[in-house]
Design a protein around this ligand. Structure first.
Ligand code: GLA
Length: 332
């Protein structure tokens, strides 16, 4: 039987480094996708990628996804290890998502592989399975945002994610706004170690003041004596507030407020969370002073990588102009 499964990448509009504390985020699934197509059968998973020289090929009882070669096959292996399918699969992978651009090509690969291998399409179950697959494949203790977004996309809508309950609330995007993703040109250096450090720092802050997702404003973190931990906690608490305000601004088409909140988010990610870089900051500054741009901020994990801008239609010709598309699904 031929099976085809499709999963989108994502861009995050607001709420970075909040997901792993069970906080809020407002990403959207995009119209750039990864497709897996092939036949169920046999006792191995064998996938050829149209963009990679070497295939992903592995037995069904793979136990160490992080050791698999070539590197892209680790994400396939992570899914196989988590899903433990009893029947194999032979097929191909193709993608329209630029790899390494911060648009979650790895999450899209995981979801497309998982659906092709017969995983449930339930967004919570599918995304938590693929989050574990990503963690095992990459060694990075990532949150749920990328996988939950890819699983839950709604055309024309951003998604308000509650990363504690995994509730997803679609938020309509204004029609006359472009969402543009621009690569800073700076590879994401320190992304792995820096990300794990931030996550540990948030856990250390929570050991002092309790779950950050339950705090309403930054005065509640003033009791944290360590200045670094206090700043990390301050970012998370204020970023959760910004996600709520940003969702309201988008729904009412108030782009002035949405743009201002993007600027505040970027400043917080730079000064309190220390995950931006001078190159990314310079790009955000250039964009926010360009006429017709409502707002811009770094997006995703940081340490280099991409910036997202909301603009009047057609203002930016560099980068990828993306639309909000449907979530991961099987075509057959
Ligand atoms: C990466 C992770 C996500 C999230 C973002 C930052 O994309 O995979 O889980 O933590 O960074 O918001």
């Amino acid at each position: 039987m031929t099976v085809t499964a499709v999963a989108p990448g994502r861009v995050n509009l607001m709420g970075d480094h909040t997901d792993y504390t069970g906080g809020l985020a407002l990403p959207m699934a995009i119209d750039l996708v990864t497709t897996v197509t092939g036949e169920i059968g046999g006792d191995r998973v064998e996938l050829r990628s149209l963009d990679e020289p070497a295939p992903a090929t592995m037995p069904l009882d793979i136990t160490e996804p992080a050791l698999v070669e070539p590197a892209w096959a680790r994400y396939v292996a992570g899914v196989v290890a988590e899903l433990a399918p009893t029947v194999g699969f032979t097929g191909t992978v193709s993608t329209t998502i630029p790899v390494g651009a911060g648009l979650s090509s790895s999450a899209a690969l995981e979801l497309a592989v998982a659906l092709a291998l017969g995983a449930t399409a339930d967004p919570s179950a599918l995304s938590t399975l693929c989050q574990r697959a990503e963690q095992r494949a990459s060694g990075v203790p990532c949150g749920i945002m990328d996988q939950l977004t890819s699983a839950s996309g709604v055309p024309g809508h951003a998604l308000l994610l509650d990363c504690h309950s995994l509730a997803v609330t679609p938020v309509p995007l204004p029609e006359n706004v472009d969402v543009v993703v621009i690569h800073s040109g700076q590879p994401r250096r320190l992304a792995q170690s820096g990300y794990a450090d931030r996550r540990r720092e948030c856990e250390a802050a929570e050991a002092i003041v309790g779950p950050l997702r339950l705090l309403q404003d930054s005065t509640e973190v003033h009791g944290i004596a360590d200045p670094v931990l206090r700043r990390r906690a301050c970012h998370v608490v204020t970023e959760n507030c910004r996600v709520r305000s940003f969702a309201a601004a988008l729904s009412s088409g108030d782009m002035a407020t949405a743009g201002r909140l993007m600027g505040e988010s970027h400043a917080s990610l730079t000064t309190d969370f220390s995950v931006s870089t001078p190159t990314v900051d310079a790009l955000v500054r250039r964009l926010t002073t360009t006429p017709g741009i409502h707002g811009a901020r770094m997006t995703g994990g940081g340490f280099g990588g991409c910036v997202v801008a909301l603009t009047e239609p057609g203002v930016l010709s560099d980068g990828w102009t993306v639309r909000a598309g449907p979530g991961a699904h099987r075509l057959s």
